[in-house]
Design a protein around this ligand. Structure first.
Ligand SMILES: Cc1ncc(COP(=O)(O)O)c(C=O)c1O
Length: 297
């Protein structure tokens, strides 16, 4: 098989939503990968922040393979060991109280958005359902997370979008204060915006966001889908800002290449979802969780 055989099949059968580079990756180990013609590459992309252990890390492969031979999936109506182990490890490492497992970053953010709306409704009434996000942010590609994303380029098709999002410029505390009112249930931010460049939020500004959220009983949600799992030097990037968001979303590096997302909740938010209000068929499946435990190891 040559690289070009794969390019041709892809062209013919796969929907063209990606501008792919002309490389068909066959295998990899550590930071190195090889294409179908034996050409070797050093990987600086990490699968867009996902291969947190590089390609095919030995311990991770062993954990995943041993789990998949034992139990690959059961419904979330039953308990599994990897699921509960991962939850315990995540909570102990981060100090959060509880976690809900999803399949991706967008899903984790959807979960956080649902959580925030219910929090607002219960605390201040049905009108308290709006969320503030930042200009140039990125929160995913579902209709609602596209709505949450503060970039016009993502709002050109697919109407109607989910209502209730308002975008403010980053690093401008005054704009934030002006946007806050009784209809706002949450502020959701990335600490380093990654889709629109590499825009690092200023520490003072992030502290201001946390302060206004605390004063007004508004949830602070930090989307750490890209910055989490040690990617910026600490397990969560929010540690470096000295803030304690109510909710943190994770994905990408947690799975090291298998699909998983997580919504971390603090004491204030851990009991908002009641049985039947949120769920996922495969979210938190034992194989992805067993691999993720190895990532945390
Ligand atoms: C900050 C952030 N949030 C959410 C997402 C969406 O994650 P996923 O592609 O896993 O749905 C991304 C993806 O790049 C992201 O960078």
């Amino acid at each position: 098989m040559k690289n070009s055989d794969i390019f041709e099949k892809d062209q013919e059968y796969i929907v063209h939503t990606y501008h792919r580079f002309p490389i068909a990756v066959k295998n990899g180990h550590g930071a190195q990968a090889e294409d179908f013609e034996g050409k070797r590459y050093i990987d600086f992309g990490s699968g867009i922040g996902t291969n947190s252990l590089g390609f095919c890390n030995d311990e991770w492969v062993q954990a995943v393979v041993s789990q998949i031979k034992q139990l690959q999936h059961t419904s979330n109506l039953f308990y599994t060991l990897p699921n509960s182990l991962l939850a315990e490890r995540l909570c102990k490492i981060t100090g959060y109280s509880k976690v809900f497992f999803e399949n991706s970053g967008a899903e984790a953010n959807e979960g956080a958005i649902k959580l925030a709306r219910k929090y607002g409704m219960e605390l201040k009434g049905k009108q308290c359902n709006r969320m503030i996000t930042l200009e140039n942010s990125f929160h995913g590609r579902t209709i609602t997370t596209l709505s949450a994303t503060g970039q016009d380029i993502f709002h050109q098709s697919f109407f109607p979008f989910t209502e209730g999002f308002c975008y403010v410029p980053a690093n401008n505390s005054r704009a934030l204060y002006e946007a806050v009112d009784d209809t706002v249930c949450a502020v959701m931010i990335e600490l380093v915006q990654g889709e629109s460049g590499v825009n690092v939020l200023e520490k003072e500004y992030v502290k201001d966001i946390e302060k206004v959220c605390r004063e007004k009983d508004i949830l602070l949600i930090v989307d750490e889908v890209q910055t989490g799992i040690g990617r910026t030097g600490t397990f969560l990037c929010s540690e470096q800002y000295g803030i304690c968001p109510n909710v943190v979303t994770l994905a990408k590096g947690l799975g090291a290449g298998l699909p998983i997302g997580a919504v971390l909740m603090d004491k204030l938010t851990e009991n908002i979802f009641q049985p039947g209000e949120h769920g996922s068929t495969i979210g938190g499946n034992p194989v992805a969780c067993a691999g993720a435990v190895e990532v945390l190891n």
